[in-house]
Design a protein around this ligand. Structure first.
Ligand SMILES: Cc1cc2nc3c(=O)[nH]c(=O)nc-3n(C[C@H](O)[C@H](O)[C@H](O)COP(=O)(O)O)c2cc1C
Length: 195
């Protein structure tokens, strides 16, 4: 799981909590870009100054199965295709990170791990966040999609009658997780119009 410096720290936190709680998930590698840490501080008032405590701080309790890796650690396990990984989600994904991934520029661990997913034919979900999208953003989304990524912009749904921001965020994360093959029992499913 990568977290980059786009707005939406609350979505990143919920996704991380759901992955940590999911018994089907054996291990999580968490990487947060420098800008991602800045946005976590800004939007969630988190103290992410010490890398040793970032995962627990984000989770709100000790992380059980997470390996926290620095975005500068380009020699980390997930930088190699030989290391087994089922899939990757970048959430939120900045338009800058999208651009790097779409063009195969792997200068950080998040970018490299995403590039590895594409070259190995593994699931890669990019929860891009910005508004409005420029022509460059749209072209980069198409390029990343053509290379094998799933573009899953941070756009919530409303048909499940959300009452709180958490309702919105949780349903969005459920949809992303279902895309990664981790369907959640709490996900709302549209059953057709009530008659
Ligand atoms: C509070 C805050 C919110 C931001 N929101 C967005 C955003 O929604 N989308 C985006 O593409 N960039 C956003 N940015 C800008 C990115 O953080 C910036 O382009 C950064 O270089 C991205 O780097 P990264 O991809 O390594 O995380 C935001 C920056 C800050 C400080």
């Amino acid at each position: 799981m990568g977290i980059t410096g786009a707005s939406g720290a609350v979505v990143a936190r919920r996704m991380f909590q759901m992955l940590e709680a999911d018994e089907r998930v054996g291990r999580i590698h968490l990487v947060i870009s420098g800008s991602g840490l800045k946005v976590l501080r800004e939007e969630l008032d988190l103290d992410v100054s010490k890398s040793s405590g970032v995962a627990s701080e984000l989770l709100g309790q000790p992380a059980r199965k997470t390996i926290y890796l620095l975005d500068s650690d380009i020699g980390a396990s997930i930088a190699s295709g030989s290391y087994p990984v089922d899939g990757m989600v970048v959430i939120p994904c900045s338009t800058g990170c999208l651009a790097q991934i779409a063009h195969g520029v792997s200068s950080t661990l998040i970018e490299r791990a995403a590039d590895v997913c594409l070259k190995e034919g593994r699931k890669l979900v990019l929860a891009v966040r910005d508004a409005p999208f420029s022509r460059i953003h749209l072209k980069n989304m198409l390029a990343a999609h053509e290379a094998g990524a799933d573009i899953f912009p941070v756009i919530p749904s409303f048909y499940h009658h959300p009452k709180t921001i958490d309702d919105l965020v949780t349903q969005f994360c459920c949809r992303v997780l279902a895309h990664l093959g981790l369907e959640q029992s709490i996900q709302f499913h549209w059953e057709g119009e009530a008659r």
